[in-house]
Design a protein around this ligand. Structure first.
Ligand code: FES
Length: 277
């Protein structure tokens, strides 16, 4: 579980997005698009769920946004450092098949999560349109990788510093409204901040397009034992780690998920202030 490559993909004001390539032959052999691993940087560290962005030969690629104490600690690791623990691949893989015409929407670090799905769905013969967005140009990641694996790539930034000045959901609505498009879109797949995925859900409901989201719920063990990652989907309690992480967006109780994901914000800030990396 040694880090063999590290690259800072974005570093802007308070936000840093870092790519780590880790030697892990067992996970690399089995990981499929949509699956994740749980990482512990040190023995006493919190467990962090991270999507497997790529798995090749004996290595896996993870991309993390350094937000709280644990992600900052992991981001401080360097090439040749070893992680204390790595478990995976976890979660159900994305259902890869030929859906026809699909739209992928990635916001912020969620772009890293749509990349393996775009790659697999393109390979399966789909016509892939990707929409990626970030707050500003300096925070936009994986543009070339998505371009290579999409038939068309749309870029937007909140401040208009690159691509269109818009939110991903504005572009999504334009595409779904475009009557010149010859074929109906059969799937929208979205990953990003909860408000973005919630908005995507509202937009696609209007157009009755099947929509899948990968939920970034809070996780502890990642194996269905703690109940921390629960979400209500279609009126039933589901665990994101073992039932997901992908769910039908139109069935997710977004208000509840938003509330749950805010539970530890104050504690996290407090811990960040107390600890030195
Ligand atoms: S992380 Fe514990 S049940 Fe999913």
């Amino acid at each position: 579980m040694k880090i063999i490559e590290k690259k800072v993909l974005a570093d802007y004001q308070d936000t840093k997005i870092t790519k780590l390539v880790i030697l892990s032959p067992d996970i690399a052999r089995k990981a499929l698009p949509g699956q994740f691993v749980v990482v512990m940087a040190k023995e006493e560290s919190e467990r962090i769920p991270l999507t497997v962005v790529e798995s090749q030969d004996e290595k896996i690629t993870l991309i993390l946004q350094e937000l709280g104490f644990s992600t900052k600690l992991l981001g401080s690791f360097n090439v040749k450092d070893s992680l204390y623990a790595l478990a995976g691949p976890l979660g159900h893989p994305t259902e890869i098949k030929n859906y026809g015409h699909i739209i992928l929407v990635g916001g912020g670090v969620g772009i890293a999560e749509i990349f393996p799905v775009a790659k697999a769905l393109k390979k399966a013969g789909n016509n892939v349109i990707s929409i990626i967005g970030a707050r500003t140009k300096d925070l936009l990641i994986l543009e070339n990788e998505l371009k290579e694996n999409s038939d068309k790539l749309y870029i937007c930034t909140d401040d208009g510093s690159y691509g269109t000045k818009a939110f991903t959901t504005d572009l999504l609505k334009q595409l779904l409204n475009d009557t010149r498009h010859p074929m109906p879109y059969t799937l929208v797949y979205a990953v990003g901040p909860i408000p973005m995925m919630k908005k995507v859900t509202e937009v696609t409901k209007e157009f009755s397009v099947k929509t899948m989201v990968s939920l970034n719920a809070l996780m502890v063990d990642g194996t269905g034992m703690c109940g921390c990652c629960r979400a209500t989907v279609g009126g039933e309690v589901k665990f994101s780690c073992i039932d997901g992480p992908e769910f039908d967006a139109h069935l997710v109780d977004w208000e509840e998920l938003e509330k749950r994901n805010r539970i530890y914000i104050d504690k996290e800030k407090h811990i960040c202030n107390l600890n030195k990396l």
